[in-house]
Design a binder for this molecule. Structure first.
Ligand SMILES: Cc1cc2nc3c(=O)[nH]c(=O)nc-3n(C[C@H](O)[C@H](O)[C@H](O)COP(=O)(O)OP(=O)(O)OC[C@H]3O[C@@H](n4cnc5c(N)ncnc54)[C@H](O)[C@@H]3O)c2cc1C
Length: 509
C-alpha cells in the first residue's frame, strides 16, 4: 500500500465530496504504463563511455540489451522514487535462462555488480542497482502464469509479472493469490520480501504461499526446484529475503485459492477529533474480527475542510449482510462519521483497492506495532508530527493481526513479522517542493522516525518497505535469522556479485 496512490485519498476519504476518477484498465495487462512521472536528468558522461568488452561479451544475448546512449535507455530505467537518479551500465531484458547465464558470466568476467529487476517498485531503487554503474537484469519476459488445473491448488508464476496481471488472469480462471494492493508492483521483488495485501489476514503473506522457486545463481547455475526438500537453505532465505541478493529468481510456484463469488468492500471514515478513540478501538477489536475481513487504516493530516482524516478500509470475503454483522461492534464502539458497504465481484474489489499512482520523490519508513497497539501518547505524538510537516505526510496501517500470519513459526522462513497488530508505513511526499525543503522534510521525517520507534513501536521494520537510512537494518528486517541468511549468501554468492547497500552481506558488518 502506498500514498503514491494519490487519487486514493480522494477515492476513499472524500467519497461524498469528490467523485472518484474512473479507472481505465486494459483487461489483459491491467497495470498502468509507468515510464512517466520523474523529470529526466542528464546522465553523467562517464556512463556513456562503454565498458571495454561489455558489448562484445553480451553480443549473443537473445533479449533486448540497452546501453547508455541508446534511444530506449531512459525508458529502460524504471524510476519509482524520483529522489534518485541511478544509471545502469546496461539493462538486459533477458528472455531465456541462457540469457541470464550469459549476462552473469559477463558480469563476473568484467567485475560488474548485478541486480535483478521485476516491477521496479523498490522504494530505494534497488531494482536499478541502488547506485549507478550496475548491470540490471530485467525479468519482465519471464511472464508465464501456469495454473495446475489438476490439483487446482498451485500456479507457477514468472517473476516478470506485475500483481495486476496475475490477479486478472487468476480471476478469469476462478482463483486468487494473496499479495499486495498495487497492480503495478512486480511479484519478483514483492513476494520474496513478504508481500501483504488484499487477503493477508485470511491466507497469510505472499511469501508464506511460495511452495517452490527457480533461480540462476552467481556462478550461472540454474537451480530448480528450490523447495523444502531441495536446497532448503535457499528456500528458507527466499521467503522473506529473496529480494536481497541471492540470485535471479525466474519463477515462483504459489498456493492459490478459489475466488469468493461475492465480496464486500467496507469504508469507514472519521473526523480528526475521533482519531484517538478510533485507534484504541481498532487495537481492541480488529484481532477478533473474522479473518474473512482484510483491512488497512489510512491516516492523513488535519486540513481546513473539516473532512475525514482517518479511514478504515476493508474487503470482506462474503456478502454485505455478513460483513455488516462482522463489523457491528467496531462501528458501535468507534462511531464512524461515514459508513459504506458495497458488494462486488472479486476483480472489481481488486481494482477498487488499487487506484493509479504517481511517481514522485518520497521518503518512507516502516514500523511493526505490537498486539497492544499504539498508546494515546504515541497517537498524539504521531498526529502532532504529520499535522505540522511542511511536506504532505500520511500513514498506512496494514492490519496483520490474524492466525494466518501469526501461526506460522518464525523459524520456518526468513520472514519474521508474525505476532503483530499492524505494519505502519509513514510516507512523506516531496513533490512540488524545492530541493532544500525536500531535504529538510526528509531530515525531519527521519528524526521523528527514530524517536517514535524508540518509544512506541517494536524494534523491527518491514523489508518490503525498504529504507536505506534505517540503522541496524539487518536485525530490524530479519531478526534472529541474520547469521543463517549470511551463511546461505556465502554459499550461493561467495563473491557478492549481487550487492547493494541493503543486500545480505557475505559477512556480519
Ligand atoms: C506504489 C507501491 C505500492 C506498494 N504496495 C505494497 C503492498 O500493498 N504490500 C506490500 O507488501 N508491499 C507493497 N509495496 C512494496 C513492494 O512490495 C516492494 O517495493 C517490492 O520490493 C517491489 O517489488 P518490484 O519487483 O516491483 O521492485 P524491483 O525494484 O524490481 O525489485 C525490488 C527488489 O527485489 C529484487 N528483485 C526483483 N526481482 C527479482 C528477482 N526476479 N529475483 C531476485 N530478486 C529480485 C530487486 O533486485 C530489488 O532489490 C508497494 C510499493 C509501491 C512502490
Amino acid at each position: 500500500m502506498s500514498l503514491l496512490h494519490n487519487f486514493f485519498l480522494f477515492y476513499f476519504l472524500f467519497p461524498l465530496i469528490i467523485q472518484a476518477k474512473s479507472l481505465k484498465i486494459n483487461p489483459i495487462n491491467p497495470f498502468f504504463e509507468d515510464d512517466i512521472g520523474c523529470e529526466k536528468v542528464q546522465y553523467p558522461s562517464e556512463i556513456l563511455t562503454p565498458l571495454p568488452y561489455l558489448k562484445e561479451c553480451l553480443s549473443t544475448i537473445d533479449g533486448l540489451v540497452v546501453y547508455p546512449g541508446d534511444p530506449y535507455y531512459y525508458n529502460s530505467i524504471k524510476v519509482m522514487n524520483c529522489r534518485y537518479h541511478y544509471f545502469p551500465v546496461v539493462v538486459i531484458y533477458v528472455t531465456t535462462i541462457s540469457d541470464i547465464q550469459k549476462s552473469i558470466h559477463c558480469a563476473n568476467t568484467l567485475n560488474i555488480s548485478v541486480t535483478a529487476r521485476s516491477g521496479g517498485h523498490s522504494y530505494e531503487e534497488y531494482g536499478n542497482g541502488g547506485r549507478s554503474g550496475v548491470m540490471v537484469i530485467d525479468v519482465q519476459e519471464f511472464n508465464q502464469i501456469n495454473i495446475n488445473f489438476e490439483t487446482k491448488k498451485t500456479a507457477v508464476i514468472g517473476t516478470g509479472n506485475r500483481l495486476g496481471t496475475i490477479y486478472y488472469n487468476l480471476y478469469k480462471a476462478g482463483f486468487l493469490l494473496p499479495a499486495g494492493y498495487c497492480l503495478n508492483v512486480g511479484i519478483g521483488g514483492h513476494a520474496t520480501g513478504g508481500g501483504y495485501g488484499m487477503v493477508g489476514r485470511k491466507y497469510g503473506m505472499a511469501s508464506d504461499n511460495i511452495v517452490s522457486a527457480e533461480m540462476v545463481t552467481a556462478n550461472g547455475t540454474f537451480i530448480s526446484p528450490i523447495n523444502s526438500n531441495h536446497h532448503p537453505d535457499l528456500f528458507f532465505a527466499i521467503r522473506g529475503a529473496g529480494n536481497a541478493g541471492y540470485g535471479i529468481i525466474t519463477s515462483l510456484t504459489f498456493k492459490i485459492y478459489p475466488i469468493w463469488p461475492i465480496v464486500t468492500t467496507i469504508n469507514l471514515a472519521y473526523f480528526s477529533d475521533q482519531i484517538e478513540l478510533a485507534f484504541i478501538i481498532f487495537a481492541k477489536v480488529v484481532k477478533n474480527l473474522s479473518e474473512n475481513l482484510n483491512a488497512y487504516i489510512f491516516l492523513m493530516p488535519k486540513n481546513n475542510n473539516n473532512s475525514y482524516t482517518l479511514s478504515f478500509n476493508a474487503t470482506y470475503l462474503g456478502s454485505e449482510d455478513e460483513a455488516r454483522s462482522v463489523v457491528k461492534e467496531l462501528i458501535e464502539l468507534s462511531n464512524p462519521a461515514y459508513i459504506k458497504f458495497e458488494e462486488m465481484p472479486w476483480w472489481e474489489a481488486v481494482k477498487k483497492q488499487s487506484p493509479p499512482f504517481n511517481r514522485q520523490p518520497f521518503k518512507v519508513t516502516s514500523y511493526t506495532i505490537p498486539p497492544q497497539g499504539l498508546s494515546r501518547e504515541a497517537i498524539r505524538f504521531l498526529l502532532n508530527f504529520i499535522n505540522n510537516m511542511e511536506c504532505m505526510t500520511a500513514v498506512f496501517f496494514d492490519v496483520y493481526a490474524s492466525d494466518a500470519i501469526s501461526r506460522i513459526p518464525v523459524n520456518s522462513s526468513a520472514f519474521i513479522h508474525r505476532n503483530i497488530l499492524f505494519v505502519m508505513e509513514l510516507e512523506t511526499l516531496l513533490d512540488g517542493h524545492s530541493k532544500n525543503v525536500q531535504n529538510m522534510c526528509v531530515k525531519k521525517h527521519l528524526k521523528f522516525s527514530q524517536g517514535f520507534q524508540e518509544k512506541y513501536t517494536s524494534y523491527f521494520c518491514y523489508q518490503d518497505y525498504i529504507d536505506k537510512d534505517l540503522p541496524d537494518w539487518l536485525t530490524r528486517y530479519y531478526g534472529p535469522h541474520v547469521p543463517r541468511l549470511i551463511e546461505t549468501k556465502k554459499k550461493y554468492d561467495p563473491d557478492n556479485l549481487f550487492n547493494w547497500k541493503q543486500s545480505i552481506p557475505t559477512e556480519l558488518p
